[in-house]
Ligand binder design. Structure first.
Ligand code: ADP
Length: 216
């Protein structure tokens, strides 16, 4: 099974993605994580993507498409398919991906859309903190650590993603509305989208997603 997961910043797609890939044994590809890794290692790709990411804009399609296409070639076959998280984010990316995979066993089967009202997203994002050691995710409004700035699990320092500030978030939400919502519309027209109410508890979201995938 090959799945795209779409959702605005703060929709919870990172948390859900890690559950989906474990339960269904999928290759998880997060374009945001790949860009962040390249940025922290200062690779040529990271250097090219840096100014876009830090201001919240989308990295140009050409760069992103080339990166995803390289990734697809190197995927191990051992798993049951892929979960593509954060891609395609523009119609041009969706069409490039289609041209690459149509008719092959890498074509997409299901699109999950994590739907959350915009007001809820801001608090989720600006409050988000991530442990530098184990990657555990906290939120200063909803899930604060026992000691401010310190991970409950491993005791390491918590950090904030550079693009999790209000200015950059506004740009990311605008990018989502302008570029990514039309992609969901495109797959809606093909009747491939499962819309998930992502403004409810993670357990309810998770039950709904498992049911959707199991029935596919
Ligand atoms: P978010 O939490 O905002 O949804 P991600 O972690 O998925 O963000 O991505 C972080 C940043 O990486 C984006 O704001 C963008 O600059 C870049 N990025 C990730 N995926 C794509 C993509 N498919 N196309 C263009 N840029 C991307």
């Amino acid at each position: 099974m090959n799945i795209f997961i779409m959702g605005a910043p703060g929709s919870g797609k990172g948390t859900v993605s890690s559950r989906i890939k474990d339960k269904y044994n999928l290759n998880h590809i997060s374009t945001g994580d790949i860009f962040r890794k390249n940025l922290s290692e200062n690779t040529p790709l990271g250097i090219q993507a840096k100014e876009y990411m830090e201001s919240g804009r989308l990295v140009p399609d050409e760069l992103t498409n080339a990166m995803v296409s390289d990734y697809l070639k190197s995927l191990p076959d051992a798993r049951n398919g892929y979960l593509l998280d954060g891609y395609p984010r523009t119609l041009a990316q969706a069409k490039a991906f289609e041209a690459l995979t149509d008719g092959s066993d890498q074509a997409v089967d299901l699109v999950l859309s994590m739907d959350v009202p915009k007001e809820v997203l801001t608090k989720r994002i600006t409050g988000r903190r991530i442990c530098k050691g184990c990657g555990e995710i906290y939120n200063v409004y909803y899930k604060a650590p026992a000691n401010e700035g310190v991970c409950d699990i491993c005791g390491q320092e918590l950090s904030q993603r550079k693009d999790d500030n209000e200015d950059s978030l506004k740009v990311r939400l605008d990018e989502y509305a302008a570029n990514t919502e039309p992609v969901i519309g495109y797959y809606d027209d093909k009747d491939m989208v499962a819309h998930i109410n992502a403004d409810q508890s993670m357990e309810d979201i998770w039950s709904f997603i498992q049911k959707t995938i199991d029935e596919k």
